[in-house]
Ligand binder design. Structure first.
Ligand code: BDR
Ligand code: CA
Length: 306
């Protein structure tokens, strides 16, 4: 079984992405980073998700409680005050580990040298810190899957997607480090991973433990997304994990050189050298289009089976 670390600012869609990972990989740990909501709450959300689905043995490692350089804001309007659409779930009995997330990433990359993959569906602070402490991790980590960046339609600022906007310095460090990276940007998810009201109706009818979990934890995301003009709730983290599981979900991708802007109003923007003007070797595979039907099939099957 493939071995992964799930790096997350655990809230709404992160939890469904985590469920997909748990069902398809050996998840060696969940690392938590500052992002969507209050940091302690993100830890609780991860612990609860693991406990709910019976994965009490998967460790949760708290990581960076803030971005490396800048300031950020949490987005309770998207995910609810507790990041779980205000679902008043039972306090988990499971506890987080004392090891710092970046240290856990370094340690596990040694224990699973050449095998470990990172599913990064959050700001990249933890991975950047791990790399800064031990640059050799680039050689030991097999693959990094990133949800982040926008092609042009930022969801947080006009050009900035949330994960890259929260910590653009970290995103830059990771993109330039030399990892084998696939990036799933915001618009790809908007187009292929939006769950419409009809999809929600279907999920509500599935009535399994997982489907109930989906509905309770993602309600606020649906409400917020509809308000902002989306066709339904957008699930970029789940799409990223599904693509990592089955690359046939990718419809179109391009190898490009990309960096992240760290200045002023365009902070967090992904700078893509489409025309190879910079003469640099490509550093990411950018997923431009994904198959909506294949993604939804995987998601619905997962929600039905659990
Ligand atoms: C990303 O930002 C967060 O709000 C979501 O969890 C997702 O990872 C989308 O821009
Ligand atoms: Ca996330």
């Amino acid at each position: 079984m493939r071995k992964v670390i799930f790096d997350s600012d655990t809230a709404t869609d992160d939890t469904i992405a985590l469920l997909l990972a748990l069902k398809n990989y050996e998840v060696l740990g969940v690392t938590i980073v500052a992002g969507n909501v209050n940091f302690e709450q993100e830890i609780q959300n991860a612990l609860f998700t693991l406990e709910y689905f019976g994965y009490n043995d998967v460790p949760v490692y708290p990581g960076a409680r803030r971005p490396i350089m800048g300031e950020w804001r949490t987005v309770e309007e998207v995910h609810g005050k507790n990041g779980m659409s205000d679902w008043n779930y039972q306090t988990p009995s499971k506890k987080p580990e004392s090891e710092f997330a970046a240290d856990a990433i370094i340690r596990l990359s040694k224990e699973y040298n050449g095998e470990l993959e990172i599913l990064a569906v959050s700001p990249l602070t933890n991975l950047a810190l791990a790399y800064l402490k031990d640059p050799e991790i680039v050689k030991r980590i097999k693959k990094v899957w990133i949800m982040g960046g926008a092609l042009s339609r930022g969801n947080t600022t006009p050009l900035g997607e949330f994960n890259f906007w929260v910590d653009p310095e970290a995103a830059n460090i990771v993109l330039k480090a030399g990892f084998d990276i696939t990036v799933v940007p915001w618009e790809t998810a908007e187009n292929a991973a939006t769950l419409t009201i009809q999809d929600w109706d279907k999920i509500e009818k599935i009535n399994t433990k997982a489907a109930k979990f989906f509905v309770y934890s993602n309600r606020q995301l649906l409400e917020y997304s509809l308000k902002t003009g989306e066709r339904g709730s957008v699930h970029p983290d789940s799409l990223t994990v599904s693509i990592s599981i089955d690359s046939n979900i990718i419809k179109k991708s391009e190898k490009v050189y990309a960096e992240v802007e760290t200045c002023s109003k365009s902070r967090g923007a992904m700078l893509i050298d489409w025309y190879k003007l910079l003469n640099k070797k490509s550093n990411v595979e950018l997923v431009l289009e994904a198959f909506e039907d294949k993604f939804k099939k995987m998601l619905f099957e997962t929600l039905s089976a659990n």
